[in-house]
Design a protein around this ligand. Structure first.
Ligand code: ADP
Ligand code: ADP
Length: 236
């Protein structure tokens, strides 16, 4: 039983202001096993971000079936999606940290929303800051961090609620090669030490090679190729 199971998933955006209807995701089937690192690659406009927004229930699918941890997301109401989203972490290209909060405040936020008791919040935040190598940055504001440090905070924040699934949307695209390498190593450790399943959107082949076990190639909303990284990249 895969952790993520997509069947015939289609997402269309309605026609607007002289634009035709867009079929952003077109009849996609995809299985992602628990504990796997799955890369989604493809050119700009291929449908990668839409696919990830479907996975965390930020956009409703037009048709098809999306199961995460055995729960069908398609057709759920906002109120029913909320607890499922707590089990799904997200990290972003531009980090999306709250600039007006310290690192500690950024990590505390999802725990407050989840209603976690204060003592448990402190234990968890302290543990995660050590895990990402920033134990002395608790009271620092994001503007005083480097890009790599910001993404470490982003990763720590995504892990606060112990998600089984971590979605990464171009998480290293704003970073230089050396910092990219450090962040990818950290994501590998997340996968190995916590067993977190990772779905990583990227347009960088180096990221796929260094990070992923499996890769799906998207073109015009469709998955045109999918399999183990080694097989997909060694095929003619
Ligand atoms: P990628 O992440 O691979 O660049 P996207 O999922 O962002 O691709 O976009 C896929 C297609 O859907 C593109 O044609 C894009 O213009 C369109 N699209 C994405 N989001 C919206 C939206 N909110 N409204 C209308 N069209 C959209
Ligand atoms: P914000 O700027 O978002 O308010 P703060 O750094 O001021 O974030 O901290 C928010 C809450 O977390 C405060 O109630 C504070 O007591 C607690 N807190 C912050 N840092 C620590 C820490 N290192 N150890 C224990 N509690 C902390």
């Amino acid at each position: 039983e895969p952790l993520v199971r997509l069947r015939n998933v289609t997402k269309t955006y309605p026609a607007a202001r002289g634009r035709n209807e867009v079929r952003a995701v077109d009849d996609v089937d995809l299985d992602i096993a628990a504990g796997d690192i799955q890369a989604i690659v493809g050119y700009s406009g291929a449908g990668k971000s839409t696919l990830v927004r479907l996975l965390n229930g930020l956009e409703p699918a037009t048709s098809g079936s999306i199961q995460v941890g055995g729960t069908e997301l398609v057709g759920l109401r906002e109120r029913q999606l909320r607890p499922i989203r707590l089990g799904i972490g997200m990290i972003f290209q531009q980090f999306n940290l709250f600039e007006s909060r310290t690192v500690w405040g950024n990590l505390a936020y999802p725990l407050q929303i989840a209603g976690v008791a204060k003592a448990e919040q402190q234990r968890r935040i302290s543990e995660l800051l050590h895990f990402v190598g920033l134990p002395d940055k608790a009271h620092t504001y994001p503007r005083n961090l480097s890009g790599g440090q910001k993404q470490r905070v982003g990763i720590a924040r995504a892990l606060t609620t112990n998600p089984s699934l971590l979605l990464a949307d171009e998480a290293t695209s704003a970073l230089d090669p050396e910092t990219t390498h450090e962040v990818l190593r950290l994501l590998k450790r997340v996968n190995e030490e916590f067993g977190t399943t990772i779905v990583a959107i990227t347009h960088e082949m180096e990221v796929v090679r260094e990070l992923a076990d499996h890769v799906a190639v998207m073109e015009n909303g469709r998955v045109v190729e999918s399999g183990a990284v080694y097989d997909v990249f060694s095929s003619p």
